[in-house]
Design a binder for this molecule. Structure first.
Ligand code: PLP
Length: 259
């Protein structure tokens, strides 16, 4: 059976991140992709120039149209931009029964442009996190959610992952890409175990949309296999996309990965 996967996220017209990366990832992994758009960005590989947030009522309207017609197997949440959209999405999810929710806690673009207002972080922690099957924070995002300093060691990553689990999600994938070193260690933290997952650090500047791609890959794979397998396979998919990123040569800035 084909997995029916939905992304609730922002648009990147340059095609490297956001909804566009998610749909490419869904297709590459054999899922049928759908999208509810929360925000339009005007951006390129050189950065985000502007953001237009979709009115929360229209975020709800998009979801309402598809949910009454289509049985969704899994969804991922990406850029949400503001508190009103976070609250709208949490209401939608509570009223529906999508079995798998992958929450990518998107806050700031690689170029530094905010993709979430700071006053929306509390709403993500309180309203969305408890609904998630798995959350995929990077280290700055984990620190913002926990209101603490950013982890600078693998021990601190594990501690913060455990603290996030206490906030009500079923699993946490702490992404260690911000740590220095030859490896890029991630930690998968569930109530049962802590698993260290590594991938070699690939030398490229073309990493636009990596977080979007990873969370979309997990959403595409999770209906087909156990969590640990889905995360390992999603990481493999992302490593391949990064390894081939330089073949693409799109734009002058931080280019996309190759799906
Ligand atoms: N633009 C949109 C719409 C996104 O959803 C994201 C990430 O989630 C980004 C940009 C950021 O991409 P990156 O930080 O990988 O450049």
């Amino acid at each position: 059976m084909t997995t029916l996967a939905l992304t609730i996220a922002g648009s990147d017209p340059s095609g490297g991140a956001g909804i566009q990366a998610d749909l490419k990832t869904f297709s590459a992994l054999g899922a049928y992709g759908m999208s509810v758009i929360t925000a339009l960005t005007a951006q390129s590989t050189q950065g985000v120039d502007d953001v237009f947030a979709v009115p929360p009522e229209f975020v709800k309207a998009q979801f309402a149209s598809i949910i009454k017609d289509i049985q969704i197997d899994s969804l991922k949440i990406g850029m949400l931009m503001n508190k009103e959209i976070v609250l709208a999405v949490s209401e939608l999810l509570k009223a529906s029964s999508v079995p798998i929710i992958v929450l990518d806690t998107v806050m700031v673009a690689k170029g530094g442009h905010p993709l979430l207002k700071t006053d929306a972080v509390d709403a993500i922690r309180q309203r969305l996190l408890p609904l998630a099957t798995v959350i995929t924070p990077n280290l700055p995002e984990a620190a913002a959610l926990l209101q603490c300093d950013e982890a600078i060691s693998e021990e601190q990553m594990q501690e913060q992952g455990k603290a996030l689990l206490q906030l009500g999600c079923k699993a946490v994938l702490m992404k260690g890409g911000h740590l220095s070193g030859a490896e890029s260690p991630d930690y998968l933290i569930t109530p049962e175990q802590i698993l260290r997952l590594t991938a070699p650090r690939i030398q490229t500047t073309n990493t636009h949309g990596t977080g979007c791609t990873l969370s979309a890959a997990i959403a595409a794979l999770l209906p087909q296999m156990p969590l640990i397998e889905a995360i390992k396979e999603a990481k493999n998919y992302l490593s391949g996309a990064i390894a081939h990123a330089d073949d693409l040569q799109i734009g002058q800035g931080i280019g996309p990965t190759h799906h």
